[in-house]
Write a protein that binds this ligand. Structure first.
Ligand code: ATP
Length: 235
């Protein structure tokens, strides 16, 4: 199976720090990949490079898109921003959703930024919120939702545009274990529906439920294991 996302020699250097050091990684369509490693090992840097949030200081990231392969590393800021808006979904601990907007507006805005008219965007957003168990909370300001409810809004927003590839950074980090498990259920449900997930986590319980676990140490991949039961166990 050809990869959805492919990194080669991916490196990120800051003055005095090699945050990522020559990572090769292929992410296959439809798999869930947990990225683990000690604090400072380069997990978030890898996620940001794979998702075109940061540009690498060396190496390549190639994303298979309906229009053909795209060299994400070579795109300028505006092109990467457009790629993220149109092709990728994000579930981060904070920073992407706006407290002063309602749950519905936070989801609908992802479509409106892609040119979908407000009425159609609101209708699709409402459908996603209902599918994620938030019916009745559409008009609640995000700041008045619980952490678990806010993550459901983030998961709705990540999928409403039709993104096939989802990136999550510690999506359960701020949640109690039961709420965290429910949020993970929803992310894995997206994978069961054919999406692909790359999730940075410190939580061994989260990693254990993913198809594959990539472990970083000092900016390098030191282990890459697939669950025995998952399809195409080749790594
Ligand atoms: N903007 C930056 N400027 C300088 N150094 C940075 C920057 N961002 C990250 N680093 C450094 O790069 C290394 C990797 O950081 P990164 O955040 O990717 O690690 P991480 O594994 O995600 O850590 P954590 O689990 O604590 O979130 C660390 O040494 C970090 O201090």
């Amino acid at each position: 199976m050809s990869p959805l996302l492919s990194a080669r020699g991916l490196s990120m250097a800051y003055p005095g720090v090699r945050a990522l050091d020559g990572v090769d990684l292929d992410v296959l369509p439809g798999e869930s990949v947990a990225v683990m490693g000690a604090s400072g090992s380069g997990k978030t840097t890898l996620l940001h490079l794979l998702a075109g949030i940061l540009r690498p200081t060396a190496g390549t990231v190639t994303l298979a898109t309906p229009a053909g392969p795209v060299g994400v590393h070579a795109l300028d800021d505006a092109e990467r921003s457009r790629l993220r808006r149109e092709q990728l979904g994000f579930v981060f601990q904070q920073g992407l959703l706006l407290d002063e907007l309602t749950a519905l507006e936070n989801v609908a805005v992802a479509l409106m930024l892609n040119g979908v008219p407000r009425a159609a965007a609101s209708e699709q957003a409402a459908r996603w919120l209902a599918a994620l168990g938030l019916a009745g909370l559409e008009d609640r300001r995000l700041g008045a939702l619980s952490g678990g409810q806010a993550q459901r809004v983030a998961i709705a927003r990540a999928q409403v545009t039709g993104a096939r590839l989802l990136f999550a950074d510690e999506p359960t980090g701020a949640l109690d274990s039961r709420t965290g498990a429910e949020v993970l259920d929803l992310l894995l449900a997206a994978v069961a529906q054919g999406r692909t997930l790359v999730v940075v986590t410190h939580d061994a319980g989260v990693a254990a439920r993913c198809d594959r676990v990539v472990t970083l140490s000092d900016g390098r991949v030191v282990a890459d294991t697939r669950r025995a039961a998952s399809a195409g166990a080749t790594a």
